[in-house]
Design a protein around this ligand. Structure first.
Ligand code: PLP
Length: 355
């Protein structure tokens, strides 16, 4: 695979000198460390957090590499996948000049990051069953199009995107194709990381926030060619992943069985929610889901959303989003939470709408 990333990069990034610390030059763990203005006495907390963490998270990447079947040099770790999204804009998109292609309805941060970085977004909607329109996408590309963001399984619709369509974009688009797989652990679809050897313009994102139950730690992964990962590493803040996060996730990775058990529970509960909601006459559509949520079309969705809040049940109101008209997105909860949701939904419809 030969792919030259340099023409895609913003010119000033090519020669940018990254921040360096003495620990880039000395990687040993033993020694008297008088280089980083840390507190030598320890921390005010019970555990010691007084030393800066490994800026490249090498121990953690070794373990992630094993479970994801990639090389450590093909992994970037960010403060959530959101950090990787932002860094991609900063590395590749010239503000006020370049554009990216978004495929709505999709994850909102692509657009927010584009806005923060003053980058034009070209929107090619998904089809009514939330699949890509590759002809239209490729037609929207011009010489300033740097990135196409594909989310599969897609948020907020939950479906997986046809693999062949993504492969076509990878083959025919000369910029970067980002495949955001935040929800892949809930799907039977193999990851696009298996195509990394073929496509130098592919970047796959995954996260510890969903199936692994570690949203509060903020750890997102990007998998791509060694060259692409080097670029992200050069422009990231030096210590973007805290020591606590690195240690906690390193230990968590040994518990793959527990993660798999939680995924199985979530999938079972997703089907419980689907079954219970399909018994309700007023529910118009429950979209197919390969994720840990269901997109559900109901009459008066915004009103129901407000009434659910009155019951202290918070779901995501997507009813004003293109192709998701009158839809709520329901994250799968525990059985008790799901039962409470169904009960509240029935109550709202009988009391407010006499259905
Ligand atoms: C599709 C998608 N990508 C990325 C993220 C963000 O992940 P992280 O918590 O790793 O920043 C989300 C969060 O909801 C998401 O839905």
């Amino acid at each position: 695979m030969k792919f030259d990333l340099t023409p895609l990069l913003r010119p000033h990034i090519i020669n940018l000198l990254p921040y360096t610390s003495a620990r880039d030059e000395y990687t040993g763990k033993e020694g008297i460390f008088l280089d980083a203005n840390e507190n030598p006495y320890g921390s005010v907390t019970d555990a010691d957090h007084n030393r800066y963490p490994d800026p490249y998270q090498l121990d953690l990447k070794e373990e992630i590499a094993k479970i994801k079947r990639v090389k450590p040099s093909q992994i970037f770790l960010g403060n959530g996948s959101d950090e990787a999204i932002d860094l991609l804009f900063r590395a590749f998109c010239n503000p006020g000049k370049d554009n990216v292609i978004l495929l709505p309805p999709t994850y909102g941060m692509y657009e927010v990051s584009a806005g923060i970085n003053d980058v034009e977004t070209r929107k090619i909607p998904l089809t009514p069953d939330f699949q890509l329109q590759p002809d239209l996408i490729l037609k929207a590309v011009d010489e300033n199009t740097k990135i196409i963001f594909v989310c599969s399984p897609n948020n907020p619709s939950g479906n997986k995107v046809n693999r062949e369509d993504i492969l076509r974009l990878l083959r025919e688009f000369k910029g970067l194709v980002v495949v955001d797989e935040a929800y892949i652990d809930f799907s039977d679809e193999p990851s696009f990381t298996t195509h990394m050897g073929e496509f130098g313009n592919l970047l796959v994102m995954q996260t510890f926030s969903k199936a692994w139950g570690l949203a509060s730690l903020r750890l997102g992964m990007a998998f791509a060619s060694k060259k692409m990962i080097k670029i992200l590493n050069r422009i990231k803040p030096p210590y973007n992943i805290s020591g606590l996060t690195q240690e906690t996730v390193l230990a968590a990775i040994q518990k793959v069985d527990k993660v798999n058990a939680m995924i199985a529970d979530i999938l079972q509960e997703r089907e419980y929610l689907r079954a219970e909601m399909s018994k309700l006459d007023f529910v118009q559509k429950i979209h197919p889901s390969h994720a840990n949520f269901l997109l559900v079309q109901i009459p008066n969705a915004s009103h129901v959303y407000d009434d659910l809040i009155e019951e202290k049940i918070i779901v995501r109101n997507r009813s004003k989003v293109q192709l998701c008209e009158e839809c709520l997105r329901i994250s799968v909860g525990t059985r008790t939470e799901n039962e409470a949701f169904i009960k509240a939904l029935k109550k709202i419809y009988t009391e407010s709408f006499n259905l």
